[in-house]
Structure formats: C-alpha cells, structure tokens
Design a protein around this ligand. Structure first.
Ligand code: A2P
Length: 316
C-alpha cells in the first residue's frame, strides 16, 4: 500500500473505502468484509446517512480484535447546514457518536456551500445562505478549533477551488491539509492539482469510477463511460487486470488518495489490489491524454436560480 504523508508525519493509506451510496443494511457487511480484506482507510460523511451502521461495524471489529482503532484512518465531513463557527464542534461530536469513536483522523468541510439550518438540501434559493453571510473562513475557524481540541487529528475540505482555498489560507493563516474532489481520467483536475501540490495540500479522488450508482436525478443523458474507455481497456489487457483497477492504479500512481465505493465482496478485493499495480510512464501518459474535463457531479443542485451560487463560482 502507498501512503499520503501529512506534515506531522501521519500517514493515510492511499486507497480507502468510499461509503457514499452504501445503504444502511448493506454497509455494515461491506465494512466488516473490507477490514478483513485489509482496508485500513474509510471515508464517511454525515450526509451519507449510514454512519451509525459503519460505527457498529468498527465497534464489532475492534471488540473481535480484528483491528485496533489506531490502525484505521477514518475521515468524515461537516454538512452544509452546520457552517456557523459554533455549529462545527456539535456536528463532529454527533458524527463521532454515530461512528462510536473518540476522534477522527480527518474532518472535511463537505462543500463550499451553506444551507439553512432547517434542511439538508435546499429546494429553493431562500434555503441557500450566501458565503458573504457565513464565510468559509468562519467555518474554518470552527474546524481549527476541532483540531485543537483533538476531536480530529487533521482537517481539510472537499469540492474547494483555488479561490476558496486562498480565502482560508489568507483569512486564517491555517492551510487545509486535504482537498477531496471528484477526480478520474475524464476529470484529471490538472490545474487544481498543480495548485494543491504548490500549497502542500494533499488530494483525494472521489467518484473515481464515475459513481454509476448515483440517483437518476443526479445523472445526465449520454454520460461517457470510464470503465469502457478504449485506452483504459488496452492498458487493462496489458496488465491483465480490470479497467476499474487501471483507473484506481492511475490515481495512486499520481500521488493522490482514492476512495472507490463497493458493497460487493469481489469488487472490494479487486479495488484494494489495484493499489499494488504499477503503471509505466507510457501508460500514465496515455491516460493523461484522455482527459475530457467532464464532471459526473456538477454541483448544479446548489446553483438554484436567484441564489449566489453558480457553477462558475463553484468550480472556479
Ligand atoms: P458495487 O457497490 O455493487 O460494487 P464510485 O466509487 O465512483 O462512486 O463508483 C461506485 C460504483 O461502481 C458502484 O456502483 C459500485 O458497485 C461500482 N464498482 C465498484 N467497484 C467496481 C469495480 N471494481 N468494477 C466495476 N464496478 C465497480
């Protein structure tokens, strides 16, 4: 397994288990199986609605002596309706209760978007709060406090563009340690990655396989298929592995973390094994050439008419 190294020397396994879309009822089994297979990095979030089941799986695995808490890297995320500074600590405590943990390894601001307290997802512009009312620096101050209090060892963000990141860095003097974004061969994030590399911000790739199990209202017609891409297929034949493994190996070989979701035993094993596959410089270059700058998760659900949020502002 490759690791991403934080500035204090802590190491995060480069390949972890994603849990978005893993339904309560199936995620318990998936986490138990993943630990048995050797997964040591788990990516969670309040909004996925399954942290209680995941917490039960962790608790049972610890009690059975399968693994120790300190051997796991566990990430979770602050939801958009908890961005005021005083809301951040109660939010992580809620997540820790559900996950049955004393601390997280990494806590992220899930989106640079603020939603009214009364809802998880806005249905009209009045349920979206402008960043001029609740600035990201205010949320970040709450995150810094969470790290100081030991509730999370590390703090970072998700879905942030360079101007959001700049606001935090220049507004507070404390740089996020991680930016988790959608990233795969069709959305290689070359500019954002160059910025994050320059600023010493680590990156994690979500939806690395294109999240084909997204709800239908989050899908467009004629989406390109990552798993069927001919360049990736050719490399899969050369390496005698699956196309999913080529994609995951590409992410790891690029120096980012990657969090494929699966609840299927065979695919859980296949995905973990991908972290051990090395690609040649030619194979890495062939994949570099197929970038489409295509987002499966385009954030349009935040960009409601009349609100401050637009896709241009969101992605920079
Ligand atoms: P399943 O959970 O049944 O394995 P993403 O990580 O981009 O969100 O993608 C998750 C989707 O990809 C899920 O539908 C998941 O299904 C599927 N998936 C996970 N691993 C693989 C794999 N190795 N090959 C093909 N599909 C996979």
């Amino acid at each position: 397994m490759k690791y991403l190294k934080f500035s204090n020397g802590d190491q995060m396994p480069a390949l972890g288990l994603g849990t978005w879309k893993s339904a309560p009822g199936e995620v318990y089994k998936a986490v138990i199986k993943a630990i048995e297979l050797g997964y040591r990095h788990f990516d969670c979030a309040y909004i996925y609605g399954n942290e209680k089941e995941i917490g039960q799986a962790f608790a049972d695995a610890f009690a059975a002596g399968e693994v120790k808490r300190e051997d796991l890297w566990i990430t979770s995320k602050l939801w958009n309706n908890k961005h005021r500074e005083e809301q951040v600590k109660p939010a992580i405590i809620h997540t820790l209760d559900d996950l049955k943990l004393d601390y997280l390894d990494l806590y992220l601001i899930h989106w640079p978007v603020v939603v009214a307290d009364s809802t998880d997802f806005p249905s009209n512009k009045d349920e979206l709060i402008s960043l001029t009312v609740t600035p990201l620096e205010e949320t970040w101050a709450g995150m810094i406090d969470v790290q100081k209090s030991g509730l999370s060892k590390h703090i970072g963000v998700s879905n942030f563009n360079p101007s959001h990141l700049n606001a935090l860095i220049h507004g507070t003097g404390v740089s996020p340690e991680m930016n988790q974004v959608e990233m795969h061969p069709y959305l290689q994030q070359k500019k954002l990655k160059a910025y994050c590399d320059e600023e010493n911000i680590l990156m994690t790739a979500y939806s690395p396989l294109g999240s084909g199990d997204r709800p239908s209202n989050r899908k467009k017609d004629n989406e390109p298929s990552l798993l069927e891409n001919p360049v990736i297929k050719t490399i899969a034949e050369e390496k005698s592995c699956s196309t999913a493994q080529v994609i995951l190996a590409w992410e790891v070989n690029r120096g980012t973390a990657v969090i494929p979701k699966s609840v299927n035993e065979k695919r859980l094993a296949e995905n973990l094994a991908a972290a051990e596959i090395d690609l040649s410089a030619e194979q890495m270059q062939a994949i570099a050439n197929i970038d489409l700058d295509y987002r499966f998760i385009d954030g349009s659900f935040w960009c409601l008419p009349g609100s401050d949020y637009t896709q241009e502002e969101l992605w920079g």
